[in-house]
Design a protein around this ligand. Structure first.
Ligand SMILES: [Zn+2]
Length: 325
């Protein structure tokens, strides 16, 4: 496996092929700063990933006990999978954005609010029937919260903080709690799923801690534009390969987002006004097989176009009806 070294710091990437989603590989990174080892993201909870982590450490003369901290780019299960397993062996601090805390600690109050949020959202988008499996899954999470919660106290980090000399940048969109770690001196960026080389990282609709609906497409666009401006030699992504031409990749992502927005706009202009029908028209069978991702995407772009002054919505029998302006 490749090692990246610069100015007395080294990165040992852990890049493990996966059949999870369509992401290709699940990545995490060990950062050796000369004094200590940090794990940036913690993979998925499988034996294969545990072996990959243990092996990468041992190839470099280390073991789990040598890790000093875990830094998380966001709370998704393919980034936090081995946190509890590591903590059982070596009780080290875990850092994440404050929006990650109720999600990772599986806080009852937050989960109940989140389920209510999605129930109301799906009613207003006219797809409450198809949403039943998703809502059932949210209920399951509430019931199994004790097994799912991280067994630690998470230390919150956010915009303006520095950790190991790296700047913490808030880069939401893919999730409310997405952060990136920027080593200006080495021009290294650990960006989680904000920028992926070959698949688009979906902007996912979610409430914030207070229950307010976030606008992930606009947030993601802003985060991408911000990262595009940075001097970066290596962008260490949460999936697929390490990116060396981040500006190119980001410009392509932004372009694709515009095309998606345009496509959705033309469907509405052609006379399809209900979110469910818009989703079915654009995504066909995926509307059923990948319901929550598809609806997330459609809702995200509806909000984006509405904010841009291109759409107007009105309630008809409790369901939003969108009109092109
Ligand atoms: Zn991911």
């Amino acid at each position: 496996m490749i090692h990246i070294k610069k100015k007395s710091r080294s990165i040992y990437p852990i890049i493990v092929p996966t059949s999870y989603g369509n992401v290709g590989t699940i990545n995490s990174y060990i950062l050796n700063d000369g004094d200590s080892l940090s794990l940036i993201d913690a993979g998925i909870n499988t034996n294969k990933y545990k072996d990959a982590l243990t092996m990468t450490l041992s190839e470099n003369g280390y073991q789990i006990n040598d890790l000093s901290r875990i830094l998380l780019t966001h709370h998704h299960e393919d980034h936090v999978g081995l946190v509890n397993w590591i903590l059982q062996r070596n009780d080290i601090p875990v850092y994440a954005h404050h929006e990650a805390i109720p999600r990772l600690m599986v806080e009852q109050e937050f989960l109940v609010m989140r389920k209510k949020f999605f129930t109301e959202l799906y009613i207003s988008m006219g797809c409450i029937e198809e949403a039943q499996p998703r809502l059932e899954k949210l209920q399951q999470t509430i019931e199994h919260k004790n097994e799912l919660a991280l067994q630690t106290v998470i230390r919150p980090i956010g915009e303006g903080d520095r950790i190991l000399g790296m700047k913490v940048l808030e880069t939401p969109g893919h999730s409310a709690d997405s952060i990136s770690f920027y080593d200006e001196e080495r021009q290294w960026l650990f960006a989680g799923d904000v920028v992926l080389k070959t698949t688009s990282s979906n902007a996912i609709v979610d409430p914030d801690i207070k229950g307010k609906r976030l606008h992930p497409v606009r947030q993601h666009e802003k985060s991408l534009k911000r990262l595009e401006q940075l001097e970066i030699e290596y962008l260490f992504a949460g999936h697929q390969e390490i990116i060396e031409d981040h500006q190119n990749v980001i410009l392509q992502k932004l372009d694709k987002m515009q095309r998606k927005a345009n496509r959705l706009y033309s469907v509405i202009k052609e006379g399809i006004h209900h979110p469910k029908e818009i989703a079915q028209d654009l995504y066909r069978h995926k509307y059923n097989t990948e319901f929550s991702l598809v609806m997330s995407e459609v809702i995200g772009y509806l909000d984006y176009l509405e904010e841009g002054g291109l759409l107007k919505k009105s309630l008809q029998n409790d369901v939003w009806h969108y009109k092109a302006l």
